[in-house]
Every structure is written in structure tokens, then in C-alpha cells.
Design a protein around this ligand. Sequence first.
Ligand code: NAI
Ligand code: 15L
Length: 273
Amino acid sequence: MTTTTAPTPFNRLLLTGAAGGLGKVLRERLRPYAKVLRLSDIANMAPAADEGEEVLPCDLSDKQAVHHLVEGVDAILHFGGVSVERSFEEVLGANICGIFHIYEAARRHGVKRVIFASSNHVIGFYKQDEALDAHSPRRPDSYYGLSKSYGEDMASFYFDRYGIETVSIRIGSSFPEPQNRRMMHTWLSFDDLTQLLERALYTPNVGHTVVYGMSDNLNVWWDNRFAAHLGFAPRDTSEVFRKQVEAQPLPAIDDPARVYQGGAFCAAGPFGD
Ligand code: NAI
Ligand code: 15L
């Protein structure tokens, strides 16, 4: 459960992807957890509001820049990178090289905890009537999903080899509201995301934990039994949006949005033909 008073703040937390949709939300919500929140992105960010913020632009594909970025932080919330399906070349620098740079910098600077914004697209090619847990073999649905799958392997390796702990959150769909029928299953409210990040930051001995990031929705596809030690107890549910979502036309029976857990990502590409 989320504590009513925030636990002891870290001295300095790093949030990558701070200019993005979730980054802007988390810029406010992570403040109680850090004396200084270091915010980074390749895109423009609002200047630091006060001494509790540091704004450091950085391209994740630049190893030396990421090395400097990570210096002096206690933990990393890695939300930066390409967040939808793109060509392999676009995904390669930001996500695949990017996650390597993050872990190498963590190792060299002695950072012991990473929270990785993974994605449901690591398992996106499962059908919507299949039940999964964290041990289900991955079935990435895109180059983007492959990059998140690689990121989870990187997290596993850096724990086994160097003892750096990670919580990989396979975020479903974290938006103000579920936007379609698929998201009735995958939706993660911002409050529940915040609670999950708190648990991921403060739970001891997480090793490499994989957790599905979803609210307390009906008929979910994912079972979080292997992440029970996090004590994540979502409080919101997509049910409150059912009427408005079901007013939308039903997709055709063979539409990927209706067939696969990853929805439209399963039909993206090819690129560059
Ligand atoms: P977003 O696309 O709004 O934010 C990603 C940020 O990363 C952007 O501000 C972008 O400028 C930055 N970025 C891209 N390439 C970069 C590079 N080379 N160097 C530095 N920064 C770079 O995405 P959103 O929705 O905020 O998602 C945040 C994270 O959570 C992403 O990693 C995404 O894959 C993950 N996620 C989000 C979900 C959601 O429902 N919002 C679902 C599953 C995963
Ligand atoms: C993701 O991984 C994306 O970053 C986000 O934009 C949504 O598409 C989400 O998955 C989803 O599957 O709804």
C-alpha cells in the first residue's frame, strides 16, 4: 500500500524521459521521494523549479553523456527512449544502446537500484484470451518490444554480475483514461503508477523483479504473483470508464487490436521497403 507519508527521501533520484507524457506527470509526483530530482531528456524541459530539481539534457545514445548524467544519483527511474514502434535503427540508439549506457554508468558510479519502464509489448504477441505471469516466455510484438525485452535481460545480467537491483515494470497503458477496449485490460492510472514506483524504490532485496503495471481492472491478462514482495496494491480500475469506452465501435474480429495483447503494435511495419 502507498504510505500516507512518503518514506525517507533519497538524496538524489534520476528520471530519464522527463519531457515525455509520463515524465511530466512523474516530475511532480516523484518530488516527495528525493531531496533533489534530476530530470533528463533529449527534448526540451521546463527549467528547474527550485533547488529540489536539476535539469540535465542528455541523449541516451551518447555513452559519455549518460556517464556524466548518472554521477551522484542514488537510484535511476529509466523512462527515456522511443516509446512506440519505429524502425530498428531508431530503436537501436535510444533504447538498446541507451539501456546499456544506463547500466554501465550505474556500475561505474555505484548506483544500486534501477526502475526500468519496460512494456507489455515484450509479450504483445500473446492472444487476449491467454493468461500470463512474469515467467511466461516473452513474445515481443515489435522492434520496440524487442528493445524492452533486451532491457529486461540487461537488468537480469547486471544483477547477476554486479548486484545492481532492478524492478522492470511492464507498463500496460498509462494515460489519464483508457482510450479503447484493449486498454480496459491494460490501463494503469497515474496514482497506481506512483504507488508502484514507490514500492519499486523502497522494497528491499528485489533482485531483478518483473511486475506488470496495471490497475485493479476486471478480466486482466496478467498475474503479479511473482512480484508479491513489492506489496503493490492498485486502487483504481478501468471499470469507471467502461460505458464511454464501449460506446466506441467494436473492432473487426481479426483486428490486432481485438486479437493480441499488444494490439496495433503487432501490425506495425515493415519499415524501409
Ligand atoms: P514518451 O514518448 O512521451 O516519453 C519518452 C521520452 O523519451 C520523450 O520525452 C523523448 O524525448 C525521450 N527520448 C527519446 N529518445 C531519447 C534519447 N535518445 N535520449 C534521451 N531521451 C530520449 O513516452 P511515455 O508514454 O512518457 O513513456 C515513458 C516510458 O514508459 C517509455 O520508456 C515507454 O516505453 C514506457 N512505457 C509507457 C507506457 C504508457 O502507457 N505510457 C506503456 C509501456 C511502457
Ligand atoms: C507502450 O509501451 C507505449 O509506450 C504506450 O504509448 C502505449 O502504446 C502502451 O504501450 C500500450 O500498449 O497501450
